[in-house]
Design a protein around this ligand. Sequence first.
Ligand code: ZN
Length: 174
Amino acid sequence: MKSLSVLSFILLLYMTGCSQPTKENIQVSKPVEYKVNFNNIEDPMKLTEEDWKKILTKEQYSILRQKGTERPHTGALLHNKEKGIYKCAGCGNELFTDEMKFESHCGWPSFDKEIAGGKIKQKPDLSYGMRRIEILCARCDGHLGHIFDDGPTETGMRYCVNSLSLVFEPAKKE
Ligand SMILES: [Zn+2]
């Protein structure tokens, strides 16, 4: 009898849990399964828009090649805390490490510095009536996001990057 009441209690919990609205109806996208072998791309600057359409998913294309922005709080890598390297989703250029990532609460993966070596270019962006600085992959010209000087860490910088512009390579476990 006792076990029955416990069971019905669990069932009741389950049912009320189901009837509650989902958390703000925000769907976090799944990590993109990347099939491209970056080593086969000799010079990504030489690729045509048609080539890019074949290489990238529709969503990646709209961000990387058409300077789109993914919806905030939807990126698959937003809350990723694993150890590893963040690469450009267009060409595999290594841009950030897990140690450079921080929680900015702005809705996009944020980093306070980049891997050295001129891997990221900056360009003034005056679109939408704002003065921003766009960041692009220096190897393939893919749009990554924007950089702001309001970062909370000692660098003072906040690289605000679309999750779709990145692929994550986890560090090898020892
Ligand atoms: Zn790139």
